[in-house]
Design a protein around this ligand. Sequence first.
Ligand SMILES: [Zn+2]
Length: 52
Amino acid sequence: MAKLIRCECGFVGRGDTEEEVIGAIRGHLASDHPVLLQSVSREDLLGWIEVE
Ligand SMILES: [Zn+2]
């Protein structure tokens, strides 16, 4: 099963593990939403993870 996080802009970060998907969304936030990246914690990101 893949894990994923959907960004509000439509980007979907995917990974096989929580660490991978958090890494994917962090990379996306850093390039597209740097202000948002500063305001979300690791716990917030964990709460955004969906499993498909
Ligand atoms: Zn985004």
